[in-house]
Design a protein around this ligand. Sequence first.
Ligand code: COA
Length: 260
Amino acid sequence: MDFENIYIEEDNNLATITINRPKKLNALNKRTIEELHVAFKELDEDRDIKVIIITGSGEKAFVAGADISEFANFSVKEGRQLAAVGQQHLFDFVANLSTPVIAAINGFALGGGLELAMACHFRVASSNARMGLPEVSLGVIPGYGGTQRLPQLVGKGRAMEMIMTAGMIDSDKAFGYGLVNHVVSSEELLPFCMKIASRISNNSSVAIKHAIKAINAGFKYDADGYSVEIDAFGNCFGTDDFKEGTSAFLDKRKADFPGS
Ligand code: COA
């Protein structure tokens, strides 16, 4: 597959994937999600690659969310499918990858962008980064695992507040919440992540693979929150609030939600 929206750089045992749609603040459209799926799969199968870093191009954004222009007219069925395919091809795929994945959050990580960072095995942020799940301001809910992974990382109460307010938090708050492991300057972000990657690559990749599997197993509950989320996400596409929220965003005006 030829990559149009991402590029990959390899250096010894390390691969860095950069999402490269800076004019759209690296928003995740369908093609970018598929390119990321292929890139992660190929790098995971490459025995020489021990660690993967993912970041966004430009100074402004890691990823500003799923591409709103692509799903604004979706039906309930299409909304459900959007979440299901995205979770399967990218978000759960990354979370369960055998190769460690570090998110280098270099600016806005919103909606699907924060969900992608949360699907990575851990996160480092630049001091100018801002994070949030603003989906309810569009009349929808996080559909790429956000309702599950945010509470796992920051606790239920903080996740409830972040999701209900649709607000953003800065890097220092994210560090205090345990959402990111480190905060460094923009210039230091990639070198810092590479240093951690180099330490990881000194260890057994097989053991790390098993550790990832074991750690992830602790977060699989009997109740399948992910399925609940997919249904709930899909149902949002049948509401008037969703139509208003997405149209308002695309018309660059404030939403006036009918509440239905
Ligand atoms: N989907 C599609 N396009 C997006 C996008 C998204 N999630 N986020 C940003 N863009 C586009 C904008 O439409 C704009 O495109 P244009 O230049 O063709 O008009 C471009 O990226 C730059 O964004 P802009 O809004 O002008 O930048 P800003 O600095 O004023 O604001 C944000 C930055 C991140 C606050 C704002 O872009 C935003 O709120 N984005 C949506 C975040 C969101 O709700 N994500 C969750 C989606 S489910």
